[in-house]
Ligand binder design. Structure first.
Ligand code: UD1
Length: 418
């Protein structure tokens, strides 16, 4: 296992290129299961999670090759319909193969993801939705086995709260179903729009793009897609926050600032200069950062995937900040680690009260999940002394070449074997 060593308290300066979005690439890759022929997906980040979903597709009989950041995937000879525990346990998003496998093969067996570091994270919406579309479901031995006699059929599906992968799974199931499917209270994250664009380019009939009501009229068959993965808004946000925390200025290119409305507004309120120029974004920290309050919400609200990183920024701000996590229970795993670096944080239910201090101090800390790890990197860049972050495989799940990008911004970081 590798650890990341950061010599902190150095301002960041420079320009980096933002990669394609992990959370968009995963459903785009899963959607290749819907049609034979070579699919072409551009701007795919090379991450542990994208490798995991490709390994999963290989076990189903798919072929793939990478040409730079372009991925070619062919799913003509599918000969298996099971996603094993070994793969699902390393990445919950493996559940994304359930909808497309059921639509294309009429059956799917997927290991249940179980609990994870950031709460129970059930998949009941995915299952209820598929049931409404006529699937028979069996839960046994930690697996869900889904099958359908002839074809899935359309239905009306209402999500109690908008679920990102739930919406994606039902979308992928519905495009080949008989009749009309309506998803009410659908999630509206930009990654879903990216998937809708891919499915439409394959011949799917979907109305309501970018809204919380998606109407899908099933078609008999689909053709292979050519699509570009949208830029990673969470990676973009993480580097914006890193510059805000460590100080300095940076230009992030190949990104889409319009996908970060709430973060940009909050960073400006905290005193950062953020200039959006279409597909790049400039950030600098001219003065002391002011405390701000945030509450995580579904898109376009403040993303839960940036909550931990923003907490690192607030731990060095002037004043008190209340950070409320309203999407996942138990998503404060980073708090104990930030406190090891000197942060003053109290947890009260699903809120964290952060009292800004003048200086964080480097420490040995442990990464517990992907975004918690990112918050420790942000804190480590600003902290005085050396921060050693162990278990950085979490970071490698979602950040392409993070050490390289930080070095390009002038940070002193290196990877070492633990
Ligand atoms: C996706 C993202 C993840 C992000 C999250 C919220 C991917 C691969 N992952 O995760 O990075 O943190 O959205 O923006 O895109 N829920 C249920 N039952 C379900 C499904 C969800 O109760 O069947 C609840 C969850 O517990 C949570 C809320 O719905 O409280 C939203 O979760 P959801 O959007 O489904 O998260 P993921 O799709 O797993």
């Amino acid at each position: 296992m590798d650890k990341l060593i950061i010599e902190g308290a150095r301002k960041l300066q420079g320009e980096i290129r933002i990669s394609g979005a992990k959370n968009a690439a995963l459903p785009l890759i899963a959607a290749t299961l819907l049609a034979p022929g070579w699919h072409v997906i551009h701007n795919v980040p090379d991450l542990r999670d994208t490798r995991t979903i490709l390994a999963l597709l290989e076990t189903l009989g798919a072929e793939w090759k990478r040409e730079g950041s372009t991925l070619l995937v062919k799913t003509d000879s599918l000969n298996n319909f099971e996603a094993s525990y070994e793969l699902v346990k390393t990445m919950r998003a493996s559940i994304l193969v359930l909808g497309p496998l059921l639509a294309r093969m009429g059956k799917a067996r997927v290991s249940l993801p179980g609990g994870c570091a950031i709460g129970a994270r059930p998949i009941d919406f995915h299952l209820l939705g598929l049931k409404k579309m006529g699937a028979s479901l069996d839960l046994e031995d930690g697996y869900v086995t889904a099958s359908v006699k002839k074809k899935l059929s359309g239905g009306t599906i209402y999500f109690d709260v908008p679920s990102v992968t739930g919406t994606e799974n039902i979308l992928m199931a519905a495009v080949l179903a008989k009749g009309e499917t309506v998803i009410k209270n659908a999630a509206r994250e930009p990654e879903i729009t990216n998937l809708v664009d891919m499915l439409i380019s394959m011949g799917a009939r979907i109305a309501g793009k970018d809204t919380d009501r998606l109407t899908i009229n099933g078609v008999k068959s689909l053709k292979p897609a050519e699509i570009t993965t949208i830029p990673d808004r969470i990676e973009t946000g993480t580097y914006l926050i890193a510059v805000g925390t460590a100080g300095g200025e940076a230009n992030l290119t190949h990104c889409n600032p319009s996908h970060l409305p709430s973060l940009i507004e909050k960073l400006r309120a905290a005193g950062l200069t953020v200039k959006d120029s279409g597909n790049s974004i400039y950030v600098s920290r001219p003065a002391k950062v002011q405390s701000i309050d945030i509450k995580t919400q579904p898109y376009p609200g403040f993303p839960t995937d940036l909550q931990a990183q923003l907490m690192a920024l607030m731990s060095l701000a002037t004043g008190l900040s209340v950070i409320t996590e309203a999407i996942f229970e138990n998503r404060f795993m980073h708090v104990a680690e930030l406190k090891r670096m000197g942060a003053e944080i109290k947890i009260n239910g699903n809120s964290a009260i952060v009292k800004g201090i003048a200086q964080l101090k480097g420490a040995q800390v442990m990464a517990t999940d992907l975004r918690a790890s990112a918050s420790l990197v942000v804190a480590g860049l600003a902290a005085h002394g050396v921060t050693e972050i162990s278990r950085i495989y979490h970071l490698e799940r979602g950040y392409e070449d993070m050490a390289g990008k930080l070095k390009a911004l002038g940070a002193r970081v290196r990877k070492e074997k633990e």
